[in-house]
Design a protein around this ligand. Structure first.
Ligand SMILES: [Zn+2]
Length: 177
């Protein structure tokens, strides 16, 4: 087949096929989390359950565990610190501030109701880190069953504690100014 033989229609079809192929290979972070939970022998989760504040991506109502799979850009991962887009800065800053406020509100409501909130950042689910992170998520889900149901908590899973400390210190110093 000569390259001249490609009509625009052919090309569009070819593009569609490539996109479909990519979709099945490149699964989203949320899909990776779900698959790992099933592999860990923890099926029975609910997706975007309406009765839980913030409709967590994945949750186990019986264990009172909510899992939020956070995209680093939209939820402003403190560890990636992705830059704000250069144009429409006001729009982006407003959007990010609202996203973060919503996340905090949802987490607080769940914690107040005695839930364990697991925050899983997208960057912790990349190749080479996925197994480690999801191993910790599975541990937390199992542990929640044994825990006293009275107290809720937020756990960022798979984040090195040194990073967490650095971000907390940074926030503290910003608050003091
Ligand atoms: Zn990140």
């Amino acid at each position: 087949m000569s390259s001249r033989g490609h009509s625009p229609v052919d090309r569009a079809t070819a593009t569609r096929h490539v996109m479909q192929a990519n979709r099945s290979v490149d699964t989203s972070p949320e899909m990776r989390v779900r698959a790992s939970l099933r592999e860990a022998g923890l099926p029975g989760y609910r997706l975007h359950w309406k009765k839980a504040p913030g409709r967590p991506d994945v949750c186990y109502p019986g264990r009172k565990v909510a899992i939020f799979v956070n995209g680093c850009f939209w939820h402003r991962c403190p560890y990636c610190s992705l830059p704000t887009p250069k144009s429409n800065v006001d729009f982006w800053e407003g959007k990010f501030a609202r996203n973060q406020a919503r996340d905090q509100r949802n987490h607080q409501q769940l914690v107040d109701a005695g839930w364990t909130v697991l925050v899983v950042w997208e960057c912790r689910l990349k190749k080479g880190r996925l197994e480690d992170t999801m191993g910790k998520v599975a541990d937390e889900v199992r542990r929640a069953k044994l825990r006293d149901k009275g107290e809720g908590q937020v756990v960022e899973v798979g984040v090195p504690s040194a990073w967490r400390l650095a971000v907390a210190r940074h926030r503290l110093s910003r608050g003091r100014r």
